[in-house]
Design a protein around this ligand. Structure first.
Ligand SMILES: O=C(O)CCC(=O)C(=O)O
Ligand SMILES: [Fe+2]
Length: 377
């Protein structure tokens, strides 16, 4: 990240005055397609998509050099089962049954990839049907995934190594109009039974993703994905200074939901707040203590980077290869803002933070001092 981009980003967040970005920006009416890697920089991505939190699609030119696009795919563009079998046949993979709904997801089983590939070949031979139903290999997706937003409101990218997918995107907040009378989100946003509720929100943004193309999924955008043909894709999720506040907002919502569920025991259980954190951990995968630990680990890495990389000639970052001091300084300013809110949260105050190292208030003070010191970096 260069200095100008960081200044742009920091003034963007100052302008939001603590509001979540997704609540204030208008929704685009289309998804941008980015054609040429040579004329598109990380700063362009940061300013055009990460900060405003809007989706985009990168052309297959961006993934042309990927080994998986050469090795996993036959010359006719189909999954290369022989190659996958030879190289990964023994790997045990999680497989979901898409025909069976279990809450808002699908039941999963584990099997060696070779068994999954036998199933897949048979499925193709039987004209895309099987008495075993439509089985979905997690991470190497084979069929549609239910409507969801990504874990912890992370960003993600998804590349089709081969095959095509259809994406439906709803900007943050629009999913509220799709909830049923119990507050649950629909399993399938394309279901005809949903047409009524879909009248209350704008139509989703639709994208057809071709082989080699990469879709950027912004934070908190609900989406549903359909495989249009035999498809292998690689996905990656991440959080940075741009969506960290969204993650914290999401975790507070999760805790409130737990507290609502078990509110009737509040007065009879002396350690009710502690139990809410335990339940939150098991339902959401993380609790407030772990979130503090997450902030701490990232903050310490950024502090280290700033301490070692702020010599002359280092200030603009490593021309796209590493994080660079400007991004580190930006992330620290965002962590400081979020940590200030964490420390002041009544449920965080109930934790025994005297055993945390460093103490949250001390880390916050250190970060705030650094924010002041790096303002002119
Ligand atoms: O491609 C798919 O089937 C779903 C990808 C996705 O949205 C995810 O893994 O979060
Ligand atoms: Fe997703």
């Amino acid at each position: 990240m260069d200095r100008e981009t960081r200044m742009f980003a920091e003034s963007h967040f100052r302008g939001l005055r603590g509001c979540l970005p997704c609540r204030v920006l208008p929704t685009p009416d289309h998804v941008d397609f980015i054609e040429k890697p040579d004329s598109f920089s990380y700063a362009d991505f940061f300013k055009g998509y990460l900060l405003p939190n809007v989706p985009c699609v990168f052309s297959s030119a961006f993934t042309e050099g990927w080994g998986s696009r050469r090795h996993w795919v036959t010359p006719s563009g189909k999954p290369d089962f022989d190659y996958l079998l030879q190289n990964y046949g023994d790997v045990v993979v999680p497989v979901a049954n898409c025909g069976v709904q279990e809450y808002n997801s699908n039941p999963k089983e584990h099997m060696p990839l070779r068994d999954y590939i036998s199933y897949w070949k048979e499925f193709i031979q039987q004209d895309y049907s099987s008495s075993r139903g439509c089985l979905y290999l997690k991470d190497w997706h084979l069929c549609r995934s239910p409507f969801h937003a990504d874990i912890f409101r992370s960003f993600s990218w998804s590349v089709n190594i081969c095959g095509r997918k259809k994406w439906f995107f709803f900007p943050p907040g629009q999913e509220e109009a799709l909830r049923d009378c119990y507050g649950s989100l629909p399993y399938d946003v394309t279901a005809s039974t949903l047409l009524d509720s879909r009248q209350h929100c704008s139509p989703p943004l639709e994208v057809t993703q071709e082989a080699g193309e990469m879709v950027f999924v912004p934070s908190g955008w609900h989406h549903q994905v359909h495989n249009l043909e035999d498809t292998i894709s690689i996905n990656h999720n991440w959080v940075n200074g741009c969506n960290l506040a969204n993650m914290w907002h999401f975790l507070q919502q999760e805790l409130r939901a737990v507290q609502r569920e078990v509110s009737e025991w509040r007065d009879t259980m002396p350690d009710w707040h502690h139990h809410c954190q335990v339940i939150m951990k098991s339902c959401s995968g993380i609790n407030f203590e772990e979130f503090y630990h997450f902030l701490k680990v990232i903050a310490e890495r950024r502090l280290l980077l700033l301490a070692t990389e702020t010599g002359p000639g280092e200030r603009e970052g490593n021309k796209g290869t590493g994080l660079g001091p400007q991004q580190a300084a930006f992330d620290i300013s965002r962590i400081a803002e979020v940590l200030a809110s964490v420390v002041a949260h009544p449920d965080f105050e109930k934790l025994d933070t005297s055993v945390f190292s460093p103490r949250p208030e001390d880390l916050l003070q250190q970060l705030e001092e650094l924010v002041a010191a790096t303002a002119s970096l």
